[in-house]
Design a protein around this ligand. Structure first.
Ligand SMILES: Nc1ncnc2c1ncn2[C@@H]1O[C@H](COP(=O)(O)OP(=O)(O)OP(=O)(O)O)[C@@H](O)[C@H]1O
Ligand SMILES: [Mg+2]
Length: 259
């Protein structure tokens, strides 16, 4: 279970006055602005928002990669501010840079990350084989991942996130770049995690993607939560007749439509 309370992250950037100078005015960007929500065990929660809304920044804070400027989060009883190692052990994370080792095969990537998570060799091998089967990676399992297609890399990264059977799973745009068949199997995998009682939080900029999967939707725009409820409530709260129209009304622009 994740409980995020008023999470805030600002970035300070330089605005160049010309292409030939490194000097410029500094500007503060509030990427995530007092974001609060809960994601329960046995439920799929979608973090939905257009490009630049703050989804990745929120997930990075929850996965301990970025320190919030203010706000708190508790994940499975562990405090984000003081129990980072405990949180890393509880979480499975698919980040936005899928970063897998290209010299290693999928199986070697999985065994390496299993070792980092402290698993013994026999459990790691059993679990790696199970995930390779579930994700249909059999034919690729022992080839270096260099040259893998986007979808193939995504599957390896997902398997890696799940290798230690984490209770809470954070997935940043897990269906990006996947074809229809792979998207369907990814959805099945996410539903399977819910059936096992896991807490799944995933981000997307596509309303249909979220409504097909989620028990709960948290919509963010410009760093702020603008809606928190069930997919049908997107319609009732926005007064729109389609989910996509509801999303557009709630975020106050049509950015999300064309992403
Ligand atoms: N390291 C950084 N330095 C400066 N600005 C940043 C940094 N990381 C994120 N931002 C800014 O914070 C805002 C939120 O970015 P974030 O990556 O969280 O959005 P997102 O919702 O994941 O978008 P997308 O759908 O495009 O992945 C953006 O305006 C982005 O430019
Ligand atoms: Mg992102």
């Amino acid at each position: 279970m994740i409980s995020a309370n008023q999470l805030t992250k600002k970035f300070v950037t330089k605005e160049r006055s010309s292409a030939f100078t490194l000097r410029g005015k500094t500007r503060e960007i509030i990427a995530v602005d007092r974001v609060s929500f809960e994601a329960e065990d046995g439920k799929i929660t979608g973090l939905l928002g257009p490009n630049g809304a703050g989804k990745t920044t929120t997930l990075r804070m929850l996965s301990t990669l970025l320190t919030p400027d203010s706000g708190k989060a508790i994940i499975d009883g562990a405090d984000l501010a003081t129990q980072k190692v405990a949180i890393r052990q509880k979480l499975g994370v698919l980040g936005d840079a899928k970063g897998i080792y290209w010299r290693l095969s999928p199986r070697e990537n999985l065994l390496y990350f299993a070792k980092l998570q402290g698993m013994n060799r026999a459990d790691a091998e059993r679990r790696a084989t199970q995930l390779i089967d579930e994700l249909g990676l059999g034919a690729l399992a022992d080839r270096p991942t260099q040259g893998f297609s986007q979808g193939e890399r995504m599957k390896v990264a997902i398997a890696r996130a799940l290798i230690h059977d984490p209770q809470t799973v954070l997935l940043d745009e897990p269906t990006n770049g996947l074809d229809i068949m792979s998207t369907r199997s990814m959805r099945e995998l996410i539903r399977g995690l819910r059936a096992q009682g896991k807490c799944v939080l995933f981000s997307s900029h596509i309303m249909q993607e979220v409504s097909a999967l989620c028990d709960r939707v948290v919509i963010i725009a410009k760093g702020r939560v603008v809606f928190d409820g069930t997919p049908p409530e997107v319609l009732s709260q926005s007064g729109a007749s389609t989910l996509e129209d509801g999303f557009v009304r709630l975020i106050g622009s049509d950015e999300g439509l064309f992403a």
